[in-house]
Design a protein around this ligand. Structure first.
Ligand code: NAD
Length: 500
């Protein structure tokens, strides 16, 4: 029995599911079992044309709707997702190999909260007050929607990424064409269908499922797309930037991360150990903000490594439908090979693998599992410290002075998220000021909230998801200026007419 009925196909255009035109099919595979979940008919550029045309057609009405009307349907959407929470959790778990506990307690509630947040935020678009900024005239600022947004999302949190892309865009009055990752498109399609069921007009939300290089790039360069919003790897982000800027589109890039986790010698060691385990293993480490590099001040180093290793060994890998399972597989065999490759190469250049570092056998061999892996004894400039691995792998390195800890935290090209662990107010203030990242937690690592901005520094991109700040990406401001005098020959006309 199929997980969901996608009856008429896997492209969502103008409020309808339809077949893709490429003639190519693609199997969405559950990476925990190797079973096919759904066979897609992929899009080609003609489907993108149809989706963009639907979005363009829906724009005048949707951008002209009042904030209250937009908020009304978004509130209904939040209620519908809540009603369908079990289906969303089940399909998300199957397509991405996530443990059902994670999708039920994290992905789906996060999406409901995000939807409810943007229903409220739609009524709070801010602007400067109208006023007289030059003698005899009145100025006002209009905050306006941009047009058709072309969005591309990654596979790590398919439902949440779809929501993060769609919600601020449409709350601000834009219409959207989203291309989810080809390996995990199903909950984006379910989200789009829920939008229609909630009363969001046809064409406001469209989803095309297809390959990045063909369909994705075509969407990014489409003449009728006014803004490009991309979440994914830094490498693909650079390519998308080139394509989008060729036609001068508004650009928003949420890219890779390599979050440091800095433990000072006065930290609560137990809290830091628990925090590091949860923050490095969430979603099997396939999280752009996951803790990947722990820098621990020398007096706590050995105890920290021993504590994390012990908890890693107790983590239960297994059946993702079982609520008792802690950790699922990686998203694909390809990702499993990639993660294993980083660890094998590190072994080759002398790393100590404290625990893990292996693909489990037995029953788990049918899935793309990888054991939680703790690595020490590598140089700061080694690949495993510098590059994004996107797997359940934590590297721990010691530091001596506070200066050194902060310097090492900043020493990668990325700047998405970071955490500092200390009970000293001055140390924490310094760390939050000097660490270059879009989010710095103190004594915690991972929680992301709808009301607060999320986005990168440095090679992690620019622009913000979530919160009111996301409207700075998804709106443009227009200065409107009224003459308030009715005088035909104004004072400033002297620049042309002189004293005449
Ligand atoms: P990816 O860059 O390989 O793919 C992302 C999306 O881009 C997919 O939909 C893919 O089909 C598409 N794509 C690939 N090549 C393309 C091209 N040439 N033109 C247009 N589209 C193309 O990333 P991924 O492996 O799916 O996801 C993991 C990455 O996403 C990691 O780097 C992670 O850090 C990042 N990420 C960042 C955030 C954030 O908020 N900054 C959030 C989640 C994931």
């Amino acid at each position: 029995m199929p997980m969901q009925d996608f009856g008429n196909g896997h492209q969502y255009v103008g409020g309808q599911l339809r077949q893709g035109s490429s003639g190519e099919t693609f199997d969405v595979v559950n990476p925990a079992t190797g079973d096919t979940v759904e066979t897609l008919t992929l899009a080609d550029p003609s489907d993108v044309d149809a989706a963009v045309a639907a979005a363009k057609g829906a724009f005048p009405q949707w951008s002209g709707a009042t904030p209250g009307e937009r908020a009304g349907v978004l509130n209904k959407l939040a209620a519908l997702i809540e009603e369908r929470a079990e289906d969303f959790a089940r399909v998300e778990s199957a397509q991405a190999g996530k443990p059902i506990r994670l999708t039920t307690e994290f992905d789906v509630p996060g999406t409901i909260d995000n939807t409810a947040f943007f229903a409220g935020a739609a009524r709070n678009l801010e602007g400067k007050a109208a006023g007289e900024y030059a003698a005899g005239s009145t100025s006002m600022v209009r905050r306006e929607a941009i047009g058709v947004v072309g969005s591309i999302a990654p596979w790590n949190y398919p439902l949440q990424m779809a929501a993060w892309k769609i919600l601020p865009a449409i709350a601000a009055g834009n219409t959207i064409v989203l291309k989810p990752a080809e390996i995990t498109p199903l909950t984006s399609l379910m989200f789009a269908r829920a939008c229609t069921d909630a009363g969001i007009p046809d064409g406001v939300v469209n989803v095309v499922t297809g390959k990045g290089r063909t369909v994705g790039e075509y969407l990014m360069g489409h003449a009728d797309v006014s803004m490009v919003s991309f979440t994914g790897s830094t490498g693909v982000g650079k390519r998308i930037g080139e394509v989008a800027l060729r036609t001068v589109k508004r650009l928003h890039l949420e890219l890779g991360g390599k979050a440091p986790f800095v433990v000072f010698d006065d930290a609560d060691l137990d809290a830091a150990i628990n925090g590091a385990v949860a923050a490095s293993l969430i979603n099997s480490g396939q999280d752009c903000t996951a803790a990947t590099r722990a820098y621990v001040q020398r007096p706590l180093f050995d105890a920290f490594v021993a504590g994390v290793a012990e908890l890693y060994q107790g983590v239960r890998l297994g059946d993702t439908t079982d609520p008792a399972t802690d950790l699922g597989p990686l998203v694909s065999r390809r990702q499993q090979e990639s993660v294993a490759g980083f660890v094998e190469r590190a072994r080759g250049y002398g790393a100590t693998i404290v625990t893990g570092g292996e693909i489990p056998g037995g029953d788990l061999a049918k899935g793309a599992f990888y054991r939680p892996t703790l690595v020490t004894g590598v140089a700061q400039d080694s690949e495993i410290v510098q590059d994004e691995i996107f797997g359940p792998v934590l590297v721990v390195l010691p530091f001596d002075s506070d200066d050194e800890g902060i310097r090492l935290a900043n020493d990668t090209p990325y700047g998405l998220a970071a955490s500092a662990w200390t009970r000293d107010i001055f140390r924490s203030l310094r760390a939050t000021r000097e660490i270059q990242a879009g989010c710095v937690w103190v004594n915690d690592h991972i929680p992301i909230i709808s009301d607060m901005p999320h986005g990168g520094y440095k090679a992690s991109g620019f622009g913000k998801d979530m919160s009111q700040y996301s409207f700075d990406e998804y709106t443009q401001v227009k200065h409107v200026m009224y003459d308030g005098t009715g005088i035909a020959r104004k004072d400033w006309h002297r620049t042309i007419f002189g004293a005449r």
